[in-house]
Design a protein. Structure first.
Length: 266
């Protein structure tokens, strides 16, 4: 089991703002006209069709012509919904990020009912691994090699959804830090080149955390992502038939990194 660290002073409004950004419920949507409902339904069908092709046959197989043929439409008609193939793929990527964020968010809320911050952290990590295995094609699409001419960080819907996914884990990390800060490296103990990059990252995130804490967050993410991606892509199969016990050991190391205790398998 993972044990909670001693509770520190109550966090201020900043933590509440971070958590609200991740967990807030969607705002009520007004009643759509029949025409708008039909357009929304067609848009969703286009994205689902593109997703099936992406996951089943790879990005090279995705073309507006192929999608239109499967849907019984003409390729020019699709341009009324998406400006280009790249625009469509970016929307599909955004939807996948949102789906993953929602799944992890649900696991966190369920864990919150029976435990504290540590229960939520372990639930998030386990759900990330479960989702990745049950959606290996989608995992490869959003966490594998960038798609040429598509993953260009243009600050669009896909990037917004990617930041939302990152915010799920960062909000948990921030909550833990506010409750019970743990030892981290002092700024002077961090390589100057790395320190400058961490300062830019902290500024971009808008977090009031020490640079050492930002470094710990990134190290934890690389350990979690590395463990999951090696499993999903089969890069650990040369040694392990079942990497689940190894993943549990990784979680125990992650817990130690942030001042917690997690006993694998309990």
């Amino acid at each position: 089991m993972m044990m909670d660290a001693p509770r520190g002073p109550k966090s201020g409004g900043r933590q509440a703002a971070v958590e609200a950004h991740v967990t807030q419920e969607p705002a009520p949507v007004g009643v759509l006209s029949r025409r708008d409902r039909m357009r929304a339904a067609t848009t969703e069908e286009i994205k689902q069709t593109a997703r099936r092709i992406l996951v089943g046959h790879g990005p090279e197989a995705v073309s507006l012509r192929a999608i239109a043929r499967e849907m019984g439409m003409t390729a020019p008609a699709l341009y009324r919904y998406f400006g280009s193939r790249e625009d469509l793929i970016r929307n599909v990527i955004g939807d996948i990020f949102n789906e993953l964020s929602d799944d992890i968010g649900l696991a966190i809320r369920e864990a919150k009912a029976s435990g504290g911050i540590t229960a939520k952290l372990i639930a998030a990590c386990h759900q990330f691994r479960r989702w990745s295995f049950s959606h290996q094609g989608e995992f490869a699409l959003i966490f594998g090699s960038p798609l040429p001419g598509v993953d260009d960080g243009r600050g669009d819907f896909a990037d917004e959804c990617g930041r939302r996914f990152a915010g799920v884990f960062f909000a948990l990390f921030y909550e833990l830090w506010q409750r019970s800060p743990f030892p981290v490296r002092a700024p002077e103990e961090i390589d100057p080149g790395l320190r400058a990059q961490l300062e830019r990252f902290r500024s971009a995130v808008g977090a009031d955390l020490p640079l050492g804490a930002m470094l710990t967050f990134l190290r934890c993410w690389t350990k979690l992502y590395g463990a999951v991606s090696m499993e999903v892509f089969g890069h650990i199969s040369f040694a392990l038939d079942d990497a689940a016990p190894m993943f549990e050991l990784t979680l125990s190391e992650l817990a130690e990194d942030v001042g917690l205790v997690y006993l694998p398998g309990t």
